[in-house]
Ligand binder design. Structure first.
Ligand code: PLP
Length: 377
């Protein structure tokens, strides 16, 4: 069997171990310490906003939604085309998601559909508590249109920038385009702390509130006094050390992920019916995952046949995210539109995208995809 090629794996830069060793040397082996402070400081400096390091991106979304006051009975609008972790925190807080279809320009939440939803909700006298924007596969959503629409109704926005570390929109970093945002450093993301996340907010008081909640909401003093509900959501000082090393190579990781996407695109340029996901002109798309859309009639095989052919060569590939409105978990949730997301799901494929992919591995992947295509007449 040929060596397995995975979809997206960690890629250390080289400095991580020295920061981890520093954590061991100082014996700060818990959820406080100098590596954590430094990681937060360096990340904050990069995006230009205060932030708090957490145990996962999901935890950051949970706290971010709570900062926006989301609670029992509320509605939160989110795209249907996303990973389930965007939406579950809505339910953790006792609220209900309302799903909105994707647009074909960016694969993100369709601003026109969002405007329709908010107009209808306003007319019924019940606005959602928040709108969750997801920057899918490292491409920012059309934020100007979305923010303008939300401002019209006074509905706050939260950014799920889990997949968009290093991405930008009109020159501004993803995760600084709304009052509060969440990033992920899970092992499959563009940089990793093995598991981890970051919450950023425009208001430093919000970041401090999230930090407080993430440490069991223990009131000041030594007496274990609690007035609010908290969580055990802090990142470890050891893992923050990994994050510091990863942050040093983030720009290089973005460059390589983009390069891989464009290498695939160019290698398939002479084939019909296989197209790289759109690269919207409004920002830097990291192409965290190289996602392609297949037109089976023109390509000569459908998406699942490509996945099977790759699997036969020990190469991992995946469908595009399965929309939330198709999940048994969310079958009763309201969804506005959904046809675009369903189409992208049924024809979309994510190819191996690790920044440490070798040239011979890329050649193997390209060869298999090309081998199932029907040659152009
Ligand atoms: C990975 C991911 C998350 C969750 O991040 P974790 O760090 O794994 O908890 C949330 N939303 C999206 C869109 C993601 O891809």
């Amino acid at each position: 069997m040929k060596k397995r090629i995975y979809l997206s794996v960690p890629h250390m830069g080289g400095d991580e171990e020295s920061f981890v060793r520093a954590a061991f040397a100082s014996n700060w082996l818990s959820t406080v310490g100098p590596e954590l402070d430094a990681f937060e400081g360096e990340f904050a400096a990069r995006i230009g906003r205060p932030c708090v390091a957490l145990s996962s991106g999901t935890a950051a979304l949970h706290l971010g939604l709570r900062l926006l006051g989301v609670g029992p009975g509320d509605e939160v609008v989110s795209p249907t085309l996303t990973f389930v972790a965007s939406v579950n925190p809505v339910v953790y807080l006792g609220a209900r998601p309302v799903f909105v279809d994707a647009d074909r320009e960016s694969w993100n939440m369709d601003p026109q559909r969002l405007a329709d939803v908010l107009a209808a909700k306003a007319a019924s006298g019940r606005l959602p508590r928040a709108v969750m924007v997801v920057h899918l596969y490292g491409q920012t959503a059309d934020m100007d249109a979305i923010v303008a629409c939300c401002q019209r109704y006074g509905v706050p926005v939260i950014e799920d920038a889990a997949e968009a570390v290093g991405a930008s929109y009109k020159g501004r970093p993803a995760g600084t385009l709304a009052p509060v945002s969440a990033f992920s450093f899970n092992g499959n993301k563009i940089i990793t702390t093995t598991s981890g996340g970051m919450l950023a907010a425009s208001d430093p008081a919000w970041v401090e509130k999230a930090r407080f909640w993430s440490q069991q909401a223990r009131d000041p003093g030594i007496a274990y006094h609690h007035t609010e509900m908290g969580y055990n959501y802090r990142l470890s000082n050891v893992l923050a050390g990994i994050g510091r090393g990863q942050l040093r190579v983030l720009d290089e990781r973005v460059r390589r992920r983009r390069e891989i996407a464009f290498l695939y695109r160019d290698a398939f340029a002479d084939l019909s019916g296989i197209e790289l996901m759109p690269q919207a002109p409004h920002g830097l798309h990291t192409n965290w995952l190289s996602a392609f859309l297949i037109d089976p009639a023109r390509f000569g095989a459908d998406r699942d046949q490509i996945i099977e052919a790759l699997a036969g060569e020990n190469i991992e590939s995946r469908p595009v995210w399965k929309p939330m409105h198709l999940q048994p978990l969310y079958k009763d949730a309201e969804c506005v539109g959904g046809e675009v997301a369903e189409d992208l799901f049924s024809r979309g494929i994510c190819l191996p995208s690790s920044s440490n992919l070798q040239e011979d591995e890329l050649a193997r992947i390209i060869h298999v995809v090309r081998s199932v295509a029907r040659p152009r007449p």
